[in-house]
Write a protein that binds this ligand. Structure first.
Ligand SMILES: [Zn+2]
Length: 329
């Protein structure tokens, strides 16, 4: 949050926006050096209803805090729940782990052998207990799972398993590391003494997102449904693996009904519940505005200009929402 001072309405330093997927085009601009703000845009003149300037500044500070080359950093989120942010490589996703009675549960994998090895080294600094369980958050960039010891319990949403089975270059998870257990919409379980609830309100970032909620610790892992590497009213929905904007809204609205205090995002620092609420308000506002413009017969280009004042650097969410609203009409 030490970037609040940068929240002036002055110079626009809009860095390249990239998604997590390795299949996307390379960013148009060179990413800033590690430690420098990843992107910074002025707050919009008009904020969504229910979003205060302070709310927007807090969310923008999370965005400013993100850089493409995040150093590996382990943070205790609460009790035995840890987040392992960044790592060796570019745009390395967050992972987490929970220390159970006799073993460790990993939530979300890194995207390379080097980064996954670094994750295991971080776990070893906290506990000598072995990793026995892995929860996969979605079918994208979880390839690090394939570098774990064999014989683990691997849990994922049933759609994520289907997506992994047909995935080729995107993930390269070996068959031996496909999920050993799948879940549907809402399943509570106790893993090695740790109570966890696995939830899915529909296809969001991908078709098989899992929201992983630890009720006792009030921590939720959102995977790439919540990320810091997009602007206030932006996020990435991967329609190539069945993601939808409507489902993104359903998942985040559902998540907001949970009694959590900390949300571990797919990329960047921990969000408070209010940060998640703010993100939801921005995206819902975008949805509502596009819906109104679609009703007026506006073209996608007209919508983009109206929303951004100028063409957006990464219009993914605008394009996905527009496509969903016009397909249904
Ligand atoms: Zn990601």
């Amino acid at each position: 949050m030490n970037n609040l001072k940068k929240l002036t309405l002055g110079t626009v330093t809009l860095a390249a926006l990239v998604s997590c997927s390795t299949l996307l085009p390379a960013p148009a601009q060179t990413p800033p050096p590690a430690g420098e703000p990843y992107q910074h845009i002025p707050l919009p003149a008009q904020l969504p209803k229910s979003v205060s300037v302070k709310d927007a500044q807090n969310l923008q500070a999370l965005i400013d805090d993100y850089s493409l080359q995040e150093p590996l950093m382990t943070t205790k989120v609460n009790d035995n729940v840890y987040m392992v942010r960044g790592g060796p490589g570019r745009n390395v996703p967050n992972s987490g782990f929970v220390v159970g009675k006799t073993s460790v549960i990993i939530i979300g994998n890194k995207n390379s052998k080097e980064a996954q090895d670094a994750l295991l080294a971080e776990i070893a600094k906290v506990t000598p207990k072995p990793v026995k369980t892995v929860i996969i958050l979605h079918s994208e960039h979880e390839s690090g799972v394939g570098f774990l010891p064999a014989g683990l319990a691997i849990i994922a949403h049933e759609n994520a398993k289907k997506e992994m089975e047909v995935s080729t270059a995107r993930d390269n998870v070996p068959q031996d590391y496909f999920p050993t257990k799948t879940v549907g919409k809402d399943e509570s379980m106790t893993i090695d003494g740790v109570g966890v609830r696995l939830l899915h309100w529909g296809p969001g970032y991908t078709g098989g997102d899992l929201i992983v909620f630890f009720p006792a610790e009030k921590v939720v892992f959102a995977g790439d449904l919540i990320v810091s590497d997009f602007p206030l009213a932006g996020t990435f929905v991967d329609h190539r693996v069945n993601g939808t904007a409507a489902g993104w809204l359903a998942n985040i609205n559902g998540m907001m009904t949970l009694n959590f205090e900390s949300c571990v995002p797919g990329h960047g620092a921990v969000f408070t519940k209010n940060d998640v609420r703010t993100k939801l308000a921005f995206i819902q506002d975008k949805w509502d505005k596009i819906k109104a413009m679609v009703a007026q017969g506006k073209s996608l280009d007209e919508v983009k200009v109206a929303l951004a004042g100028a063409p957006e650097k990464n219009p993914n969410m605008t394009e996905v929402i527009y496509a969903e609203l016009t397909t249904k009409n």
